[in-house]
Design a protein around this ligand. Structure first.
Ligand code: FPP
Length: 246
């Protein structure tokens, strides 16, 4: 069934080069089953596998997942610990599989705040998957878009003070080159699960012209087929980038 959709989207139009996803609703998924919240996050890992496979099948070049925000550090310690353990478990379990599928993993965010075990796991997956050519998978962890933009501004100021740059040279490209996402094109499509219609401090600069797709589905229920439905909807949109249609 999902392969029918895959065939349709391949003939239908161009596939987004970059998809970004706010994976929301793990807590509500767990609550609906009278389970502790961490089990919702655990169930969310299956959906992560589904969308990675879907992007490989549809030949999407870049997938950026919002896994843990800087604001999430304010959650109860037990939930933070569970999420960090899950990250380590995910990396230990998926590393070989991702490498064999030629997926390059980058972790974007303030990694200095990670506990040593999580930091080592993150460094390992980035080193061991480097050079994979079929999909760039970005995991945003301890990530805040405003902090990312402030960091870029700080780097511009440092470059100006050091004489490497004159202020008149500061343009949009100069800012974009100093964001974590500098190597990749901006997302074409943002998917958010669980029905919330917010951007939540995610890729504020990069999403300027992304098409937004909000589904009421909770993240652990999201499948490869749902990804293909979102891409088909994207293909029906008219993107004008502020211009008039021709
Ligand atoms: C938001 O749901 C989800 C998160 C804060 C964590 C996302 C993590 C995963 C999907 C699993 C781990 C993934 C990797 C790549 C290791 P929420 O807790 O805010 O849900 P709620 O709004 O229903 O409470």
């Amino acid at each position: 069934m999902s392969d029918d959709l895959l065939r349709r989207l391949k003939v239908h139009g161009s596939v987004p080069a970059h998809i970004a996803i706010i994976m929301d609703g793990n807590g509500r998924w767990a609550k609906g089953r009278a389970l502790p919240r961490p089990l919702g996050h655990h169930a969310g890992m299956r959906a992560v596998r589904e969308v990675i496979q879907g992007c490989l099948d549809a030949e999407v070049g870049v997938l950026t997942l919002f896994a843990f925000s800087q604001e999430n550090w304010q959650r109860p310690a037990v939930e933070i610990d569970a999420l960090m353990s899950l990250l380590e478990e995910y990396i230990a379990r998926e590393l070989d599989n991702l490498r064999s599928k030629r997926v390059t993993v980058c972790v974007l965010g303030d990694l200095g705040r990670l506990a040593p075990g999580a930091r080592q796991a993150v460094d390992r997956i980035m080193a061991d998957t480097a050079g994979g050519s079929d999909l760039a998978l970005n995991l945003c962890i301890s990530y805040s878009s405003r902090a990312e933009i402030a960091r870029a501004a700080r780097q511009l100021a440092e470059d100006a003070v050091a004489g490497r740059l004159v202020p008149a040279e500061i343009d949009e490209d100069a800012v974009a080159r100093r964001l974590y996402t500098a190597p990749w094109p901006d997302p074409d499509l943002l998917i958010r699960t669980s029905g919330e219609q917010r951007i939540s401090n995610f890729l504020l600069w990069q999403l300027a012209y992304a098409e937004l797709y909000v589904t009421p589905m909770l993240w652990p229920d999201f499948t490869r087929r749902d990804l293909f439905e979102a891409i088909l909807e994207f293909q029906r949109r008219e993107r004008r980038f502020g211009r008039v249609s021709v």
